[in-house]
Design a binder for this molecule. Structure first.
Ligand code: HEM
Length: 131
């Protein structure tokens, strides 16, 4: 039974996606999916580059040449971030699966930790590998 103090909410409900504020664990989760998909899609390219870099001297040189283009560096930096975010968030998901850190404050702290670890690591690896 509905009372006037608690009127029914209008249905159907149309969500305004631009107004929804995703909490930090939500960002970790969606970026985990985005990074996993990105890694999956680029896996053949990465394997081909690895194969070429381990092959003849001239195919190795082709890889070195390709890596010197700024746009290739941007894509590689994105893939390095994708791997490190996916790895750190993956460890967090595995811990959550083991019921570790499932309270709200712990889940928020764990989500923040994913960014605090993966972003500096990305900067370090990009700097060491691409410059
Ligand atoms: C090239 C390497 C990898 C690729 C292409 C990849 C790809 C993916 C994809 C596409 C998903 C599904 C995401 C979703 O639908 O939400 C996924 C989930 C997952 N990945 Fe990876 N992954 C890789 C490496 C890793 C590594 C190294 C870890 C270890 C930390 C990991 C841990 C996980 C976990 C735990 C899930 C399930 C998350 C959940 O419970 O929703 N992955 N991965």
């Amino acid at each position: 039974m509905t009372s006037t103090a608690n009127p029914p909410k209008p249905r159907p409900k149309h969500l305004d996606l631009m107004k929804i504020r995703l909490p930090l664990p939500g960002w970790v989760s969606i970026l985990h999916r985005v990074s996993g998909a990105g890694l999956f899609l680029f896996l053949p390219v990465l394997l081909k580059l690895l194969d070429m870099s381990l092959g003849q001297a001239n195919s190795y040189e082709t890889v070195v040449q390709a890596m010197s283009h700024w746009w290739v560096k941007v894509i590689m930096a994105g893939l390095i971030w994708a791997y490190l975010h996916h790895f750190c968030a993956g460890i967090r998901f595995l811990l959550l699966d083991m019921h570790k850190g499932i309270t709200l404050p712990a889940a928020r702290a764990g989500a923040a930790a994913v960014f605090w670890v993966s972003l500096p690591l990305t900067a370090l690896v990009v700097w060491r590998l691409l410059f």
